[in-house]
Design a protein. Structure first.
Length: 226
């Protein structure tokens, strides 16, 4: 995976498994594992930014199936929600992209809070951790192509195809033209012949889940994080 977007997806997977294998079910995050991941990989969600009550609320919101653990799907949906808030933050003030700044603590309900409300809580802190930088890559890649023609906040068919070919070559090289056409149709949930940021992030979340399933079946091929 040589391209930054593919590397970002791989990092989301490896970060999850770096912590999920420490105790209990190796394919899920316990409360302690999630707290350690947040403290070390998303420090703006760590103990310095959240009290215990806020952390319990976050854990409860992430744990959609109420098994007291966070599986990969729940984790990647959480990252997708953060990324949409991140996108709204930079969309409101594009100059912040050049300062390489990210978000402050967001006391929110991921499944219920719109990205516009998340973005209003974003505070400027340095993006030092690889997982935060991976989310920044997701945002930057979208806007690298969405501004080429038409609506600068959406991808048309040509822009999406160029993004897939250049930024996700491992996927696009295995995909026929007919399949790309079908993908565009499937991603365009509101049938406006364009793909907005939420539709794009939903697609990447699905890609991350596919990567996770692949590495779960072939653990010896999983990139290792120190």
């Amino acid at each position: 995976m040589a391209c930054p977007l593919e590397q970002a997806l791989a990092l989301m997977v490896t970060t999850f498994h770096k912590y999920s294998g420490k105790e209990g079910d190796k394919y899920k995050l316990s409360k302690a594992e999630l707290k350690e991941l947040l403290n070390k990989e998303l420090p703006v969600f760590g103990s310095k930014q959240m009290d215990e009550a806020e952390f319990k609320r976050l854990m409860n919101d992430l744990d959609h199936n109420k098994d007291s653990e966070v599986d990969f799907k729940e984790y990647v949906c959480f990252l997708a929600c953060i990324t949409m808030g991140f996108n709204e933050f930079f969309r409101d003030d594009p100059s912040k992209q050049h300062r390489r700044k990210a978000w402050g603590w967001l006391p929110f309900r991921p499944a219920r809070t719109p990205p516009s409300r998340l973005s209003s809580r974003l505070a400027a802190v340095p993006m030092a951790c690889p997982l935060e930088q991976a989310l920044a890559v997701v945002v930057a890649t979208f806007h690298k192509y969405s501004g080429n023609e038409g609506d600068k906040y959406k991808l048309n068919k040509a822009e999406l195809k160029e993004l897939l070919l250049k930024e996700l070559p491992s996927f696009s090289k295995q995909t026929s033209e007919a399949s790309l056409q079908q993908l565009m149709s499937n991603l365009d949930c509101n049938s406006d012949s364009e793909v907005d940021f939420q539709e794009y992030v939903t697609f990447l979340a699905c890609m991350a889940m596919m990567c996770n399933d692949f590495f779960q079946d072939l653990p010896d091929k999983m990139p290792r994080r120190k």
